[in-house]
Write a protein that binds this ligand. Sequence first.
Ligand SMILES: N[C@@H](CCC(=O)N[C@@H](CSC=O)C(=O)NCC(=O)O)C(=O)O
Length: 282
Amino acid sequence: MANVSLEKVADVLCFAGRQQRFKHYSSVLKCEMHFSLFLPPQAVDKKVPLLVWLSGLTCTDENFVTKAGAQHVAAELGIAMLAPDTSPRGEGVPDDDAYDAGVGAGFYVNATQAPWSRHYHMYDYVVQELPALLGREVTALDLTRSSIMGHSMGGHGALVIGLRNVDRYRSISAFAPICAPSQCPWGEKALAMYLGEDKTQWRDYDASLLLAVAGPTIPIRVDQGLADNFLTSQLMPETLIAAAPEKYPLQVFQHPGYDHSYFFIASFIEAHLRFHAQFLNL
Ligand SMILES: N[C@@H](CCC(=O)N[C@@H](CSC=O)C(=O)NCC(=O)O)C(=O)O
């Protein structure tokens, strides 16, 4: 493996914990990447569990850190939070002019189609490379206690990654997730571009299709604003609800008046952290 050492580029006191940012070379993505990590105050003298946040289209690792207001609850609950970037970036990484493709829009897949397949392996980056790196370099983390959450494209990523790795994550939550990417314009465009036109190759990245055949159950919480302008065209929570096997532990909360923004996320992030804490702090 190439150089895997971490360079700390920011470290700020926040609710008695540390809000940190790191730079490293990713051998999976073949470029330099940044990620953000919040360590709660409890990490000073014991190992703490990890909650992974996956952001949506156009985001970097910093949107969640600066807009969601999650640190005060994470500090209280003793939970670390990891926010990766949303795609590979930098010189030589292919991009697209549109906001919903290429840089900032990695869709948490392993691309198989040129030119994307050289760098766009966000699934492996989140599931394999980052946990391995953190396990080696951040001794305060207890990675046997991990959960995953996200927003929109990142909600899709959290559902897909959690459902495909039930042995690694204890719970999943999502804000306004893309629930059926095989059937909505954002998903159809991205999956065709990254995985090709053969829709059988898309199944492993469609949360509704994965949930329909879910074996071991992993608790899921979804929150959706009803004034979200992407609700009917892109997100389709009704497809996820319909796909859930009977008695599956899926909770979906609908909120009149809330839109797709980080103001919605900030309004309910505490509920998500407390949901995950039930499983992480066992
Ligand atoms: N620019 C686009 C919409 C972009 C957008 O809304 N991005 C969301 C995530 S959407 C799904 O993945 C986001 O989180 N933006 C960053 C932020 O800080 O708000 C358009 O104009 O339609």
